[in-house]
Write a protein that binds this ligand. Structure first.
Ligand code: ZN
Length: 271
């Protein structure tokens, strides 16, 4: 059982406080963690990062920043402030990357949203460079194009990153969002050539999916060929972690220790 590239997101075992997640992930031999900001509420962020490293794990990223589009100048400004805070939190935690769920405003044309996203990333770039924290554009499945992200394909994420052309801005590949895309293999290759593959997230797509947000599956219980996509990502030069990111009401309702055992087993057999 090779867990040397297994990273788990704190949101995957959301009912656990971060202290429990650190202790239990480490006990199971998990190599790394991605931390969601809600898990840090009320904590000393620097101390939380130290606790993760003391438990023998690496901090891969902080989730999440983004949500750049807004109907008003002040809404867009507020988003920039929040992204700067996310960058500061990542620096305190010792996370080299902030994952961006880029945002969308219902009714706003998607291309306008994408241009506000690009402007937003460029506006916080100096802050990100000064903090030494990179920004990862995560394309989201088109079912979220109304309200969560106007960036819905790998090609769109690649285009944004190519346009900004900073070593601090790259792409986060999540199989849940991208598995259906006929251009995926080619665009993953292009991302690799640009040197902009920053992170790789895994879970599975259940049939039927009963909740658009909170019914992600464990690896192996859905229709995504995770190993094929992982192969493309690795051929493109990515050698980072495989991050298990599962939001699921059904799994959050389970005993989290038993669920963690299933995560490790599903990772070993299907990712
Ligand atoms: Zn993801």
């Amino acid at each position: 059982m090779d867990l040397s590239r297994l990273c788990i997101h704190t949101i995957t075992t959301k009912p656990w406080p971060i202290e429990t997640a650190i202790e239990r992930f480490s006990a199971h031999g998990v190599a790394a963690m991605t931390v969601w900001r809600d898990a840090l509420e009320g904590r000393d962020i620097t101390a939380a990062g130290r606790q993760i490293r003391d438990a023998g794990m690496e901090v891969v990223s902080l989730c999440r920043g983004g949500f750049f589009p807004g109907e008003t100048e002040s809404a867009r400004q507020e988003a920039l402030d929040d992204n700067r805070r996310a960058i500061d939190e990542a620096a305190a935690l010792g996370a080299p990357l902030v994952v961006l769920v880029c945002g969308a405003v219902p009714g706003q044309p998607l291309d306008a949203g994408r241009s506000q996203i690009r402007d937003g990333i460029e506006a916080v770039l100096t802050h990100s460079e000064a903090a030494g924290v990179k920004l990862g554009v995560e394309p989201l499945h088109p079912m979220y194009a109304d309200s969560r992200s106007a960036v819905n394909t790998m090609a769109q994420a690649n285009d944004i990153c190519a346009g900004i052309d900073s070593p601090y801005v790259g792409v986060v590949v999540d199989v849940y969002h991208l598995w259906w895309d006929p251009e995926l293999e080619r665009e993953i290759g292009r991302c690799g050539q640009m040197g902009k593959m920053f992170a790789f997230h895994v879970c599975d797509w259940r049939t039927p999916t009963e909740d658009l947000l909170l019914d992600r599956g464990l690896m192996g219980e859905g229709c995504i060929d995770i190993r094929q996509i992982r192969g493309w990502v690795e051929e493109a030069g990515f050698d980072g972690y495989n991050e298990v990111e599962i939001f699921s009401n059904r799994y959050w309702a389970m005993d989290q220790e038993q669920f963690l055992e299933r995560v490790v087993e599903a990772y070993t057999n299907h990712a």
